[in-house]
Design a protein around this ligand. Structure first.
Ligand code: ADP
Ligand code: MG
Length: 458
């Protein structure tokens, strides 16, 4: 393809991979980038073959930007990256097949996370109700036949139990089945940032606020993730109330998620609280053991790794907090076996989890974490533990809290004291907020990973 020899293409690929390994966590690199091989490059498109279809769609949906940025820094001329699974590549003779796969990918490009689909969501006792409802809503958005109202659809449950996954599943489903619908997904936090940004711009751009409102008022389906973050945001609640009413009256579907039921969201206007409970409210809990096993198996379908049955059972039994942690542990084991070239036996899995847990702990303490975060964000460490509330400082502070909670085994009250005598509920809030946002915010994930990796070198 193009004017490049195979050797040149291989060289570009090696350079790219090296550069990418510096930009992502080792786990991500080992899981997604390490196994891919270049199959074509013509100075415009760079095409890689991946071991599975899931890897191809994950890379395409979540890593294309990073690939482009890496290529740019290396002065490799590329406008597009494409990923095609081995199976797809074998089906027909390239390059026609490559072109076809590329086209398929182009047309599938949408703003929802590709792997968060209904098919990839494992159903068990804890989440059957919420799954079935989500599916029904996706099939009949805005349904209200007088008897049954699924509007709004309100999902609640703890961190890492699949709320964001389900919202994206609805989005992906609608993207495929009702492509003409204007489906908008936004986290309450982002909604809030956009709202305040539009107000700040008012002096220079009178339309900013109207554009903000219209964007959401024009939705056919509006999904707002983590609505607990509307707490204490009076002005925004007011605006959201009107958007909600307009959409509701027009028969548009509203979908909300939160870590708690409407009645437990403090500092939320009553009229919003009431509206949140108008339709159907379902909760999502921690899946039982059998479901956890199925989840692990499902997650492994996407990678080229295999784990023995006893390792799968061990993980499912040991990690009973939430699915994000289960995924984290699974990734650690997979990565460890790949890096050490060991077979994934039960002992090796235990070793992997132990090594990872201790990865930092010996020399790391809260001062080191705060100082590193301070350097990373260029804000003084006194501000991180202080009271200032500018955007940068608040972000740095919350990340520092999150990392201290995650990496050090300290009581919450002690962490509160480290941060200038803050209440432990404030610590919980910051910790959970970052944990939640990590699920949907790529930039944040990158920052947190950078800091973690940096800390490992200290
Ligand atoms: P939440 O929004 O509730 O905090 P997420 O939707 O971000 O949680 O889920 C965390 C991770 O766990 C995601 O990677 C998601 O795919 C996975 N997950 C959660 N529940 C399931 C499930 N039932 N089946 C498959 N994966 C799940
Ligand atoms: Mg979420």
């Amino acid at each position: 393809m193009g004017n490049y020899t195979k050797t040149e293409i291989a060289e570009f690929s090696t350079k790219l991979k090296l550069e990418l390994s510096l930009r992502m966590t080792t786990a991500e690199y080992m899981l997604w980038v390490n196994p891919i091989k270049p199959v074509g490059y013509d100075g415009n498109r760079f095409i890689f073959v991946t071991p599975t279809e899931n890897a191809a769609s994950t890379l395409f949906a979540n890593y294309t930007d990073m690939f482009l940025a890496a290529a740019k820094d290396l002065h490799i001329d590329v406008n597009e990256f494409f990923f095609i699974s081995e199976k797809d590549l074998e089906k027909n003779a390239p390059p026609a097949e490559i072109e076809k796969a590329v086209e398929k990918q182009e047309s599938r490009q949408n703003s929802f996370i590709a792997k968060y689909t209904f098919e990839n969501f494992v159903v068990g006792g804890n989440n059957r109700m919420v799954f079935v409802t989500a599916h029904t809503v996706a099939e009949n958005p805005g349904l209200n036949d007088g008897l049954l109202s699924l509007n709004p659809f309100y999902i609640y449950g703890g961190v890492g139990l699949g709320k964001t996954h389900l919202l994206h599943a609805i989005g992906n489903y609608l993207f495929e089945h009702k492509p003409s619908m204007n489906v908008i997904y936004v986290s309450a936090d982002k909604l809030s940032n956009e709202y305040f940004a539009s107000l700040n711009k008012y002096n220079t751009d009178k339309d900013a606020y109207r554009n903000f409102r219209n964007k959401y008022a024009n939705a056919d389906v509006l999904m707002v993730d983590d609505v607990q973050f509307l707490q204490k945001k009076g002005g925004l609640q007011e605006v959201f109330f009107h958007i909600f009413n307009d959409l509701y009256q027009a028969g548009k579907q509203i979908i909300l998620s939160s870590d708690r039921p409407p009645k437990e969201i403090n500092d939320l206007e009553d009229r919003l609280r009431t509206r949140f409970s108008w339709g159907i409210t379902t909760d999502i809990g921690m899946p039982e053991y059998e479901t956890r096993i199925n989840i692990i198996k499902k997650k492994l379908e996407g990678s080229s790794s295999h784990l023995n049955e006893d390792v799968v059972c061990y993980l499912a039994e040991k990690i009973n907090t939430n699915i994000r942690e289960l995924e984290g542990a699974l990734l650690k084991v997979v990565m460890y076996t790949q890096l050490t070239h060991k077979e994934a036996t039960l002992d090796v899995a235990k070793e992997a989890l132990k090594v990872q847990a201790q990865g930092f702990s010996e020399q790391i303490d809260s001062d080191k974490i705060i100082n590193f975060v301070s350097e990373y964000f260029h804000v003084p460490s006194s501000d991180i533990i202080g009271k200032k509330r500018t955007k940068e400082i608040v972000e740095a502070r919350m990340i520092a809290v999150y990392l201290i909670c995650e990496l050090l085994n300290l009581p919450l009250v002690t962490i509160g004291q480290i941060f200038g005598g803050r209440d432990h509920t404030t610590i919980i809030y910051s910790r959970d907020k970052i944990a939640t946002d990590l699920g949907s915010d790529k930039e944040l994930r990158k920052k947190v990973d950078d800091i973690k990796n940096g800390l490992k070198c200290r």
